[in-house]
Design a protein around this ligand. Structure first.
Ligand code: C2O
Length: 542
């Protein structure tokens, strides 16, 4: 195994998009940031130097961080932020993971421009469990704002109103030629006829689920969230923010130019969204001069086509029989969704009828311990009282028809830094139940430090008597981010074998900022390998 050293300099960099030049926050002046390529078993040592003007942290999305809990990255959860002028070195080893992950800022909305791919190849000498591709292409889907994302975030959080929608979607940082002034920057991939290409697709958008397709070509899905899947073919992909999907594509079409395109899958009722389309071009090298210069456009589903999404997600399986916990020690039920709290009219109270948005899990709107001078992991490790409580409800405090016609006043979320603590080795089941308090919506729920089995999902209210009979306990897919169906539920299972403090949250950043999160403490087991590692000496002070 190798050790890879990198330096990430966080800095302001001028970039030109949509006819204007802005300064954005980048890593090493690159947007998207550098692609990290490693092999399973390798170690990464990344020194981050913050030369920008905002506090920042970097998260390695999907890395389990076994014995490197302090390198996970969410600010105020596993570390305090790296201040301007400060540095911090993230050190971690890839343990039994292969495929596509990514890294991103985990500090306010800085991940709008601070993100990149993290590609994990098999160990030297081990093949892929599928046909060896001729080319591998990372595809990072993102969002672009003409305004500074931090000011868009402030407006969203402080006014409690719905966020301004983005001005463009992007593929590898470029909107593509359907947007103004974007023709020159459009990403073009040159391919030969008859080759197999591995596309490593990452949804790095802040707030939007996206459909993705390539005109005239079908995909064979082979992995998701750096876990192999049983291969299946499809012409449409849907990725929630945070998710990755690896697909094979064979260049078996008439040599020519084909668009790859992404557009919103939007499920919240009456909420504005960016309905534009980002494109890149797949260009056959052998395309004759004289082929139509306008590439063929793929057919993307309508923005609200949940049937296509369900048909797609229901095909995911593990490629082999897996060991799903069948006896459950921690049986948890978390409602997820938006809520409204009353407020006095004013600039910070811009939600409907004198309210502001406060998203919650089990009616708790999660608050980071920003002013407590400790991250949650530090407070846990050093036994500092008063930073958090461990009374996160394991079932909803009020039961009601979650996805029915819910009176808005029924649930006023409470603010708190409430965590749930569990024993090392617990076999955990979490039912994630969407609610209709403001609107039903599809939520991509991400758990740090783990991947989990998705044993079931469906629409309406989870029925504990009927639904478990249909769980897949043989070959369910594994993920680190589950897109819970709009107005529905998903059930995940895992063994709590990684001690630490792990954030669980909606990967739609406006929802995260409104509190759609909690954290889980997994206590130490026996012996060093089952114990939280000591903090590194350069851990940033608060
Ligand atoms: Cu992709 Cu909490 O992160």
């Amino acid at each position: 195994a190798e050790i890879h050293h990198h330096q990430f300099t966080v800095q302001e960099t001028p970039v030109n998009r949509l006819c204007k030049t802005h300064n954005i926050i980048t890593v090493n002046g690159q947007f998207p940031g550098p692609t990290l390529e490693v092999r399973n078993g390798d170690t990464l040592v990344i020194k981050v130097l913050n030369s920008g003007r905002y506090n920042i942290t970097i998260h390695w999305h999907g890395i389990r961080q076994i014995r490197s809990q302090w390198a996970d990255g969410p600010e105020y959860v596993t570390q305090c932020p790296i201040k301007p002028g400060g540095t911090y070195t993230y050190r971690f080893t890839i343990e039994d993971q292969e495929g596509t992950l990514w890294w991103h800022a985990h500090s306010r909305w800085l991940r709008a421009t601070v993100y990149g791919a993290l590609i994990i190849h098999p160990k030297l000498g081990s093949p892929y469990p599928f046909q060896n591709p001729k080319q591998e292409i990372p595809i990072l889907l993102g969002e672009w704002w003409n305004r500074d994302p931090i000011s868009v975030q402030r407006q969203t959080v402080f006014t409690g109103a719905a966020p301004n929608v983005s001005d463009a979607y992007t593929i590898n940082g470029q909107p593509g030629d359907l947007y103004p002034c974007s023709n020159k920057g459009t990403v073009r991939f040159t391919v030969d006829s008859g080759e197999t290409i591995l596309l490593r697709i990452i949804n790095a958008a802040l707030n939007q689920q996206l459909f993705f397709a390539v005109a005239n070509h079908r995909f064979t899905v082979v992995a998701t969230d750096a876990l192999y899947t049983r291969p299946f073919t499809t012409s449409i992909l849907m990725l929630g923010p945070g998710q990755t999907t690896d697909v094979l594509l064979t260049t078996d079409q008439t040599p020519g130019h084909y668009y790859m395109a992404a557009r919103a899958y939007a499920t919240a009722q009456n909420a504005p969204f960016d309905n534009t389309t980002t494109t890149a071009i797949l260009k056959y090298r052998t395309a004759k001069t004289g082929v139509p210069s306008r590439p063929t456009m793929p057919r993307l589903p309508a923005y609200n086509d949940t049937a296509t999404v369900t048909a797609f997600t229901s095909q995911f399986r593990s490629p082999f029989k897996v060991e799903v916990p069948t006896v459950i020690d921690e049986n948890l039920f978390f409602t997820i969704g938006l809520g409204l709290v009353n407020c006095t009219p004013g600039p910070r109270c811009q939600g409907p009828n004198n309210t502001r948005f406060a998203a919650s899990m089990n009616n708790v709107s999660f608050v980071l311990p920003r002013r407590k001078r400790n991250s949650l992991l530090q407070a846990y490790y050093q036994n500092v009282p008063g930073v958090y409580t461990t009374d996160f409800p394991t079932v909803p405090p009020v039961q009601f028809n979650y996805t029915g016609n819910v009176p808005r006043g029924l649930w006023q979320p409470v603010y708190g830094t409430k965590l749930h603590k569990m024993k090392f080795g617990s076999r955990v089941q979490i039912v994630l139940q969407d609610t209709a308090i403001v609107t039903t919506e599809d939520h991509p729920i991400h758990l740090h430090g783990y991947h989990f089995y998705v044993v079931g999902q469906g629409f309406g209210n989870f029925n504990p008597r009927r639904d478990p009979a249909r769980f897949n306990l043989i070959d369910p897919p594994q993920r680190n981010t589950i897109d819970v169906p709009v107005g529905g539920w998903a059930v995940i299972r895992f063994v709590a074998d990684n001690p630490g403090v792990w954030l669980m949250h909606c990967h739609i950043d406006s929802h995260l900022m409104w509190g759609l999160a909690t954290s889980i403490i997994v206590e130490n087991g026996v012996g060093e390998l089952q114990t939280v590692a000591p903090p590194p000496p350069d851990l940033p002070p608060c």
